[in-house]
Design a protein around this ligand. Structure first.
Ligand SMILES: NC(=O)c1ccc[n+]([C@@H]2O[C@H](COP(=O)([O-])OP(=O)(O)OC[C@H]3O[C@@H](n4cnc5c(N)ncnc54)[C@H](OP(=O)(O)O)[C@@H]3O)[C@@H](O)[C@H]2O)c1
Length: 219
């Protein structure tokens, strides 16, 4: 698949580094040099350019700027038309860590993911990967006590969610469908718990551990 990243920070690097062996990756952002640097680090399956180039390239577009910059980055990428028909993956947490207030921002009582969908009405918005620190997504694979990480995701479009589930499996995690995009209202505060724990000194590999039920043989 063709995956375009808008942003070249920690999350873009982690996720792209895990997908680049299997998919075509494009790193886009406001600073062409920074985008190029990350693409070069990722190797020959990665290219780079502007936000608009990334959106034009991707069948899946990952919004990987800071959460504060997400809407501006969408405008810079070309606005709603740039995302029409595409899978738009929101990985962001609307938590203002610099202010030390871990209560996530809401958007008229809804989530950031839903606010993104309002600004890109033709896009198939999905949310995932917001629940763990970037270095967890870089683990190859993310195993804890030898067990796979369960990765929650949500969205309204069934085909977009199938694509996302495959991308989750590609990094060695177990996808778990939480439901429609409105369930991002649960994913965002859940991640805020992890962020609060991290910033109070817990190991960056801290996760909310959703344990797979034991599979018992049918008697
Ligand atoms: N880091 C984590 O562990 C983690 C985990 C889960 C989810 N997330 C979420 O993932 C998102 C990205 O996090 P990150 O850690 O990858 O961030 P980061 O390393 O700080 O990178 C931020 C990216 O946003 C860009 N950016 C910042 N302000 C911008 C603006 N006004 N216009 C356009 N681009 C702008 C930066 O470009 P410049 O360098 O040019 O400023 C950079 O590409 C955040 O929303 C965060 O909540 C992060």
């Amino acid at each position: 698949m063709k995956i375009g990243f808008i942003g070249y920070g920690n999350m873009a690097e982690s996720l792209a580094s895990r997908w680049v062996s299997k998919h075509e990756v494009f790193i886009g952002g406001r600073d062409a040099e920074k985008a190029k640097r990350l693409a070069a680090k990722l190797g020959q399956n990665a290219r780079s350019g502007s936000e608009g180039d990334a959106a034009g390239f991707g069948e899946i577009i990952v919004l990987a700027t800071t959460h504060e910059a997400a809407f501006d980055a969408m405008v810079a990428a070309g606005g709603p038309a740039a995302f029409a028909g595409k899978v738009l993956l929101d990985i962001n947490n609307p938590v203002d860590v610099k202010q030390g207030n871990f209560i996530p921002k809401t958007y008229d009582g809804t989530s950031l993911a839903e606010a993104i969908a309002v600004r890109a009405p033709g896009a198939r918005v999905v949310k995932a990967f917001n629940m763990c620190q970037a270095m967890v997504w870089k683990m190859d694979p993310p195993l804890f006590d030898g067990r796979k990480l369960v990765t929650l995701y949500c969205g309204d479009d069934a085909e977009a969610k199938r694509i996302l589930a495959t991308l989750i499996q590609d990094i060695g995690c177990d996808p778990l469908d939480l439901g429609e995009l409105k369930y991002a209202r649960l994913l965002e505060p859940a991640a805020a718990i992890v962020i609060k724990l991290l910033l109070s000194g817990r190991d960056p590999h801290t996760v909310l551990n959703l344990i797979q039920p034991e599979v018992k043989p049918i008697s």
